[in-house]
Every structure is written in C-alpha cells, then in structure tokens.
Design a protein. Sequence first.
Lengths: 158, 426
Amino acid sequence: MRILIGVAERGAPELLAELDRLVPLSGSELVLVHVIDNGARGEMDLARGRLLPRPMPKHRLRAIGDAERRAAEVALDEVATVAKSLGALPEALSAEGEPGRVVSRLAEERSCDLVAVAARVDREHERPGPHSVGHSARFVLDHSPRPVLLLRGPVAIT
Amino acid sequence: MYREFAAAAIFLVAMAAVITRPRRLNESIAAALGGLAMLVFGVLRPDQALAALASEWNLFLFFLGLMLISGLADAAGFFDAAGALAVAAARGSGRLLLLTVFLAGAAITTFLSNDATALILTPVVYSVTARLRLPPLPYLFATTFVADTASMTLPVSNPINILISDRIALNLGMYAGHLLAASLVAIALNAALFLVVFRGELGRRFQADWRTVLIEAVPNRRLFRLTCAGLAVIAAAYLAASAGRLPLGSVAVGGAALLAVLALITRSLRPARVRDHVSLSLLLYVAGLLVLVRGIEEAGLTAAVVGWLAGLARGQVSAVVAGLVGAAIGANLINNVPATLVLLSGASSGPLEAQLRLPFLMGALAGADLGPNLTPVGSLSTMLWLVIVRRHGVQVSNLDYLKLGAIVTPALLLTAGLVIATTFQP
C-alpha cells in the first residue's frame, strides 16, 4: 500500500504513530510530503508601494526562506526515522505552494492508495465540531481524488 | 454651508480611499489628492495648507529619522540579535518565549517606535518560530499587539505621542506622570491575557543553540557593538530632549547620522539595506492627512466632533474617558493618525474647557495608541503586519484578529483609562 502523509513542522511523528495504530504501516510505502505555504504571495504584491518600507527587504525574505527550508528538512528527517522504525519504506518530498492543493495533486501523481491528514496543526486540544478542520486539511478532503483519512488530536498537516 | 459640505465630503472620500484602496491606489496618493482637493474646492488657501505642513516639521523629521535608525540598526543585526536574546532567555519554554518576545517588542517599541516592532521584529520572530518549529501565530500576534500596547510608554514610542506632546507642550515628567504607569500596566495585562488565550499552543518545549543564532544574526561584531552603543546614546538623547522640550525630530535625524557614521567607520554602511526601510510615501501620506484635517478644521467640523465628545466630559475623569473612547473608535474607523489629528484639532479650537483639555488629550493618546488593536484597520502597522504574516502562509483571517482584539483591547483600554484617570483630580 502507498500512503501519502502530509508533514508539518510539528506533530508529524505523532501523526505517524496514530496512523500505524489504525493502518499497520510495516511494509507500506510512505510518501512524506512537506509543503512550504506560499499561497498568499499575491498579498505581497498588494503591499508593494504601500506606506512604510516596501514590506520585506530581500535579506529578510532569504532568512525566512532558509529558516523554513531548514525546519522542513528537520521535520522530514524526523518523520522518516520514525517511519523506518515502524518498518515502512519512506520517501521524503519537499515542495512549495498551497499545501492542500499540492498534497491532492501529489496523491494522484504518485498513485497513492490513501492520503492521511491531520485535522489541524498547532491546537493541542481541538474538539470535533465546527471549524475543527483546518484550511489545508479541508482542501484535501474536498479535492483529493484518492481516499482520505482524517486524524484528530495533537497531530499535524500543514 | 458650501465650505462645510465640501470639506466633509472631501475628507470622507479621501479616508474611504485610504482604507479601501480602490484599484490598488496607494494610501499616500489618496491622502495627497484629498489634500489637493481641499485647495481646488476652495476649502483652504494655499498659505493655510503650507502653514499646516510647516508647523509639523518636527513630526516629519522624526518619521524620517526613525526610518533611517531602524534601517541602520537592522543592517547591523540589531533586530535579529533581539530575537536571539528572546530565544536564549526563554530557556526552551514556548510559554516563556511568548513573554520574552513581548519584552523584546516592548523595549523596541519604547525607543524605536511601534512600526519598528510591527514591521521589522515580526519577520524576525517568524524566522525564529520557523527555525524552532513552534506554532507561529501566538508569537506573531504578540509582536503586533505589543507594538501598539507599548507605544504609550514614551513620547518617542509612537509618532502620535509626539504630535500630541508638541501641540500641548508636554515635557517628559508630565508625560510620564500621566501615562507611564498606565502603559506598564497595559503591557503586563496584555502579556497575561495572551498566556491565557493561547494556553493550548504554548506547551511545546524547544532546543536552540542561541549562540549560533546570534552569530548568524550579527554579520560584523564591531559594527553591532558600536550600533548598540549608538542606540543607547540615541535613547538617552530622546529622554533628555523630551525632558527639556527640545524637538525630537532633530534628535532622530541626528541619531541616524550617528549610526551612519559608525557604519562608515567600520566600512560596513550598506545604503541598499537602509533604503529598504525608508518610505517617502509615508511622509506624503502624513502631509496629505495634515492638509485634509486642516480643511475640516477650517470648516469647523473637528470642533463639532470634539464638541460632541466634550458634552460627555463633566470633569477630568470623564474627559479622560471621552478622549479615550473617541480616539479608540476613530482609530478603528479611519486609522489612528487621522483620528488623532481630528481630536487634536478639535481640542485646540473647540468648545472643550481649558482644564479638561489635558485629561481629554491624555485619554485620546491612550485610545489612539491602544485602540488600534481592536481591528486590523486600526493602525497602519497592523495592516502591514497582516500582509506579512499572510504572505508566509499563516492563516489569519480578519475575523481571527477581530476575535482576539475584542477580547484583549477593551480590557487594555479600560485598565489604561482607569490608571490615567487616577493621575487627575476626580
């Protein structure tokens, strides 16, 4: 079985452990995808020529990009290690774009049998109910051509 | 009657254009065109417009100096170092990091103004949270809120404070006597409320080698040390000038020159880096607003607004409340700079009794400084902050902001208002 897993900066190992409880991962191919969200770049253009400083000096943008990439690498390494310890065969992918859109597209391109997403990132005690599914997970639920498993609790997808 | 109608119509159309930005029209152009319309439609004579601009030379110099100082300090790694120190002081606790970010933001706001915190510290804090893999939202909210909350501490913490202090000849002692305690209480309350509101997202611990972060942040140690010393000199000069009622704009420009010389000495002046922080359109925006408000002042409209608020002010305490509420509402309707200009103009020429003017304006200052936290349009720095965090994929809707603002801002305004009121006779 090939499973695509959305990996965020936080909580991905917990997501994997939870998934393994429901769908034993030993022997499965895992496509671990981390997406750096750049969906709001249009906002940046809006900001150009506004009042104070053209909002982001280039060196600052570079610093942020470096920090994001470094965090993505660490998160992917961390979750790949956990995947191997569970007997799975991980493949790590890093991308930029809107996370929900990229995850849905890759699920199709990689012919995944299942997509696993966490309902929300960052909220440790989110209860089921209105607004309990984050923007990116909601997009995957709506648009993924492959079956989707929505996980709750302190787990994460960007 | 024509004059009143024309002045009100021009002001409202210009303000609507500033806020809604039709066809991505730059706010400064909208404000400048509004100012020009005041002349074209005969509301103001050119000499009146020029007088309105000339009287605020100190404010223009201050804005210019501030942008240059921020740019030079940023090029020396000052803001990144502040971020690294906040990480070091937090000792691996996500909760403590919120407090240290608050403290760093409060210190930067106090001496380098609210815009430096909202615009420069925000991306630094974002980098820090990305690197530490912490949820960014509480920390990003902390920078934008503390930029407003701490902007009441000193006259230099917010250009609005200079506007008001200049107009009523307020020295540092009087300023601090009425506002310092309120500011410190507001900062502490804001931090405490954030710890409660974001309690579910701050439990993570992190490991960070802050020395590495600091070394990466500071490209040239000698320049960094000299810049820190220069900033300390500037801070002391601000305090001395506020105490002696000397123009703070000259201090800011002089301070920028000092930092530029220090960068030249170390052969590390990077004009491109500094230029990124300087926006002449900000000066155009302020100039447009000054002329616009002078237009409605000449038509008697600012006196009418303050006259209505003055009706609510029966004594000094209620005058504080009237100024505070008026400025906070005005800041969220038309942004805090124009709201302050309207109240200041009305208070100077309007029907407010002489002994109520100071409490009314102290309340207005607090309302204009703290009030913008209520909605995203309250202050320019907040609007720019939203753009910055959305660019980095952090999902913050205007509703999210409004919800947080609705919890925190009324509490801050109420507390600050009470503390300020105790500095006046009941």
